[in-house]
Design a protein around this ligand. Structure first.
Ligand code: ADP
Ligand code: ZN
Length: 761
């Protein structure tokens, strides 16, 4: 009987081996690059007690036991499903870079966005922190055994005795340089002590201090109006309950949302807690930063132009609890605040809160997860909430508070459309600015006001076309037409930066007389300068604002009044607060309207509403003129009447009808590769398996496609995409995960999975 037992156990392990295994300490490790999944390692005795989740470790990997860096995400006592575990080789960090709460959040992100955990961790921790940028390796000396050192008994030479004396007095490790200075000696006596084992040397990384910006002039809280007070009370209520709640602060442009955020944060800071404020990158202007710096002592601003050393410095100060308010773009949602009290997302509808590389997270959703895990409220502010957000509020999952009017009861500006169809019949109309808009500009300039002109297209002309045969000049690597820049005389691809001289003759029919059509901001600038020569004008778009700081400089010139006409892309539509702007012109409202994207109408509505919000902010009031070929389009109509609710009410049913967010969850899979044939067959193959899986799951998960992506070729690679939608998010995730984990695409075909996609091109 016993022998049989023994044999049975031999299949797995002997009883005493099992006891041994129960006692072993297993570390679960993930890698940022390299293999996916989790790996178990044995924690050697010397590292017991030191190894904690959130630390980075060096471990042997693969047949050759190559040393690689991984993240320890769990430590547990007992068995592993693998038999012979390799040992952790070394620890990289002395203290965990990730708190248990952040590790938890990382797990959620990995699951939600179907991304390997290691890659998520690598995103949460800035590169500058991982590489310890801005720190120096510094040697520290300490007594090897402080309890045993009796200087007189050792009979040390004078210099060595001096060193030991300094160390005894210090009672903690002293930096080598400092020690030698204090003991007035060279390194030779120190070396003798090290050789004798009386003192020991360790290395620590020491952070270089980076100068902090000067504090701004301190400003007092404003007296809130009734609506603001009610909004603040609502946030205070959840702050005081220490409970998570998502509050949608739905307030028209200029209704004083920022003042509400600031006063809520004042409460948070008074509890000794910290707040995170997320704003679109483009809104990280000195103006925004000053508003926070003038109200709080310790504000950290995280922007994309920081050096790794600066980023590390901020990160360390935040982690040490020295920062009250963190203001930053998307990734600031990962700020390591030790005692988070509140997260605010301003302009929550902005698409820049979605990351377009893996992990393809949306910081709004991550913020809400983080808030709910840490028991703190999340405030989403917008005049034009994302329909996803609006839907959650309507369903009662978010609390909605409204700021229905502007501060000081300033009226919203009057918005009128100009029908471009009628204008184009007018023979005099050849440029981008119609007669009525031009008259309004002249009037505004005469009255001493300032003008904002929005045209959401860069370059001189958006198409280079042959009038003979209709051929459009395209990028050789991408399926997009080239944009012509007149100043430099080049045709440029906005997707891959391909640049060429524009052809003199049509490549297809040899017709001489290529035509440049479609207006961009460069052309608009030329027209403005010609028509209003005495009004200084400035163009703001991705081409003119390449240098860091140029955006801030431009806004400052506009603020001072040195610039009278500010024209540009959506860059100028967001968040600016200039009381002297009394006219906003939307040069072409239809730019985004006909894109193959289910959010085209929503984007159009948001852009018109936001840019309209840039005027009428002072006592002089303001007006908005919207040029469009589709004045009767519901999105344009709703924007003209400042009627978000009408827009949402009209748009939501069609989202429901077609199974798009917020009525259903959406996952997009994009394929790319150098052979169109292989890209197509691979995507068809995956679609087929997804359909089988979805059918087996018996839910409402549906697969659409595959089809060529709207940008069918990019950087010489063909692109196909497919979509999954359904009301059961977990089912969608299961279906995608189970198929894509085992899927092998043909040739060089690659694919990405985008959960809750924002870009549909
Ligand atoms: P929003 O973020 O809603 O567009 P802001 O917070 O930028 O609005 O406020 C617009 C302007 O109104 C700012 O100049 C701000 O200082 C001012 N403001 C806000 N609240 C008040 C208030 N209660 N009393 C007076 N002015 C206010
Ligand atoms: Zn290109």
């Amino acid at each position: 009987m016993t022998s049989i037992q023994r044999n049975l156990f031999a299949e797995t392990s002997t009883p005493w081996e099992e006891d041994d295994a129960a006692d072993q300490l297993v570390a679960v490790v993930v890698f940022a690059g390299g293999p996916r999944g989790t790996f178990d390692y044995l924690v050697p005795d010397r590292l017991r007690g030191e190894l904690r989740p959130g630390l980075r470790v060096q471990v042997p990997l693969g047949r050759g036991n190559r040393r690689v860096v991984g993240y320890c995400v769990n430590v547990r006592q007992g068995q592993s499903e693998y038999r012979r575990l390799k040992e952790i080789a070394a620890l990289i960090d002395a203290v965990p870079l990730l708190s248990p709460a952040m590790l938890d959040l990382a797990h959620w992100i990995a699951e939600r966005y179907l991304c390997p955990l290691g890659q998520v961790l690598e995103t949460i921790l800035p590169a500058g922190v991982r590489q310890q940028r801005g720190t120096r390796a510094t040697a520290f000396i300490e007594l090897a055994d402080p309890s045993r050192v009796d200087v007189s008994a050792l009979k040390l030479p004078a210099k060595q005795a001096a060193i030991v004396k300094c160390l005894t007095a210090a009672a903690e490790p002293v930096a080598r340089e400092v020690l030698l200075r204090q003991a007035h000696c060279s390194s030779a006596p120190l070396k003798s002590l090290l050789d004798k084992g009386i003192v020991a040397q360790t290395t620590q990384r020491v952070r270089r201090e980076i100068a902090q910006p000067e504090a701004s002039l301190r400003q007092q809280p404003l007296v809130l109006n009734d609506a603001q007070q009610q909004a603040l009370d609502a946030i205070h209520a959840s702050l005081d309950d220490r409970e998570h709640e998502t509050v949608l602060l739905y307030g028209v442009t200029g209704s004083g949302k920022t003042e509400v955020y600031i006063q809520a944060i004042e409460r948070v800071v008074s509890f000794g807690r910290q707040a995170i404020v997320l704003v679109p990158e483009i809104s990280l202007t000195p103006q925004t930063c000053d508003r926070f710096r003038s109200r709080f002592d310790a504000v950290a601003v995280l922007h994309s132009h920081m050096s790794d050393a600066e980023r590390h410095d901020h990160w360390a100060r935040i982690a040490a609890g020295q920062v009250q308010v963190v203001v930053g773009a998307r990734s600031a949602v990962f700020a390591p605040t030790p005692q988070l009290g509140l997260i605010v997302i301003d302009e929550e509808h902005e698409s820049t809160f979605k990351q377009e590389t893996a992990p393809r997270y949306h910081s709004r959703d991550v913020a809400i997860q983080r808030g709910s895990r840490e028991g703190v409220p999340v405030v989403l502010g917008s005049a034009t909430p994302a329909l996803e957000t609006w839907h959650e509020a309507a369903e009662g999952r978010y609390r909605r508070v409204d700021l229905p009017s502007r501060v000081m009861n300033r009226p919203l500006p009057r918005v009128r459309t100009i029908d471009l169809r009628l204008e184009q019949q007018n023979r005099q109309f050849r440029g981008a600015i119609s007669q009525p808009l031009s008259q309004a500009i002249e009037r505004t300039l005469d009255d001493g006001g300032q003008v904002i002109l929005l045209l959401n297209r860069r370059g001189f002309s958006t198409h280079i076309q042959c009038p003979g045969c209709g051929e459009v000049v395209r990028c050789p690597s991408c399926d997009v037409s080239l944009t012509f820049y007149r100043e430099v005389g080049k045709a440029v691809c906005h997707y891959c930066d391909f640049t060429a001289s524009p052809p003199e003759r049509c490549a297809a029919c040899d017709f001489a007389g290529i035509r440049y059509s479609g207006f961009g901001t460069e052309r608009l600038e030329g027209e403005v300068r010609r028509r209003y020569p005495s009004a200084p004008c400035l163009r703001m778009d991705a081409d003119t604002m390449r240098r860091h700081g140029s955006h801030a400089d431009a806004l400052e010139r506009f603020r001072r009044g040195d610039v009278r006409i500010l024209l540009g892309t959506q860059m100028i539509a967001k968040g600016l607060d200039f009381p002297n702007v009394t006219l906003v012109g939307v040069v072409n409202a239809d730019v985004a309207l006909h894109l193959p994207d289910f959010r085209a109408a929503e984007r159009t509505f948001q852009l018109i509403a936001q840019v309209a919000g840039r005027t009428g902010r002072g006592e002089q009031g303001g007006e908005v003129l919207v040029q469009t070929f589709s004045p009767e389009h519901p999105a344009v109509q709703a924007a003209v009447r400042h009627d978000y609710e009408a827009f949402a009410g009209g748009e939501l049913p069609s989202r429901r009808r077609f199974g798009y967010p917020p009525a259903a969850a959406l996952v997009r899979v994009v394929f790319r590769g150098s052979s169109e044939e292989l890209v197509r067959t691979s995507s068809e193959e995956m679609a087929q398996r997804l359909r089988e899986r979805a059918a087996a799951a018996e839910g409402d998960t549906r697969v659409l496609g595959p089809a060529p992506a709207p940008i069918a070729r990019l950087r010489e690679r063909y692109r196909y995409h497919l979509q999954l939608h359904g009301t059961r998010r977990e089912q969608l995730a299961d279906v995608v995960q189970s198929v894509s984990d085992r899927f092998e695409a043909a040739g060089d075909v690659e694919w990405i999975v985008d959960v809750d996609p924002v870009s549909m091109l």
